[in-house]
Design a protein. Structure first.
Length: 269
């Protein structure tokens, strides 16, 4: 089947819909991405235009298709120990000053396929031997959350993992699983995953956290959405807790409720 073209009107409908649901702003340059990622859904349903698929997504006959569309149109790029200075700061400035006692809780608020969650888990396990800890991973995409919860990756994804951590916290696959590795089940027991849309107020049921990582997601948002997302997260950050954002991001002009500590790391006073 020949790939269908998308009209400007059709693209505008999807751009407005994905913005409404996720806060992500798609520029006109993303038309090719929208066509490439949604064309198979049109083929699956035997549809002749993107307008027909839009009506299907926004209608009530296929309630799960909206999530399928969100999964396809959200970008999920991550890897282990990405922006390593953040984990050095966590280790040297936060965990080394931590007294054993209550559970230390960290949240990867846009965790994608889970590499950031397990990076946090390895860091906490290595530096809090006598303190209970847990890591929550959340994302809007159910597809990547399933992969994250499995903790199963190709060996090509090991770049950045310290050799000692690889042998201590990961199990290399053999025979039919050769070329892959599994995050140690003992480590995974202290992690959990759930779907959270950061555009909405975050439910109190997830508790509060000493550390929240919100990295490399605000680059997809316009300023009003950035402000909304940060303010949705703040009630879940404990007083004295730290928020980490991506190295190409800033909170300047977004909130006065956090104080900068070092570039891209903020503290809730």
């Amino acid at each position: 089947m020949t790939e269908l073209a998308i009209t400007h009107q059709e693209f505008t409908l999807f751009r407005d819909l994905i913005y409404q649901i996720t806060g992500i702003s798609l520029s006109d340059a993303k038309k090719v991405l929208v066509v490439g990622r949604l064309s198979r859904r049109l083929q699956f349903y035997g549809l002749g235009s993107f307008l027909q698929y839009y009506r299907l997504v926004t209608g009530g006959e296929h309630p799960n298709e909206r999530q399928v569309m969100v999964d396809l149109l959200t970008t999920n790029e991550t890897y282990f120990f990405r922006e390593p200075k953040h984990f050095e700061f966590l280790r040297d400035k936060i965990l080394k000053k931590r007294n054993s006692g209550s559970v230390f809780r960290a949240w990867s608020a846009a965790c994608s396929s889970g590499e950031e969650v397990y990076t946090l888990a390895m860091t906490l396990a290595d530096n809090l031997p006598n303190t209970p800890w847990e890591v929550l991973g959340s994302d809007i995409s159910t597809r990547v959350l399933e992969k994250a919860a499995a903790g199963h990756y190709t060996l090509a994804r090991t770049d950045g993992i310290p050799p000692g951590f690889m042998s201590k916290y990961c199990l290399k696959g053999v025979r039919s699983q050769a070329g892959t590795f599994l995050v140690n089940p003992e480590l995974r027991r202290n992690t959990r995953f759930c779907q959270i849309n950061l555009m909405n107020p975050v439910e109190t049921g997830i508790g509060q956290f000493e550390v929240i990582f919100l990295r490399n997601v605000m680059i997809y948002f316009d300023p009003p959405t950035k402000t909304k997302v940060v303010h949705n997260l703040l009630p879940r950050l404990k007083t004295g807790g730290h928020l980490f954002i991506g190295h190409s991001e800033t909170l300047n002009g977004l909130t006065d409720r956090l104080e900068p500590v070092v570039p891209t790391v903020y503290r809730k006073p």
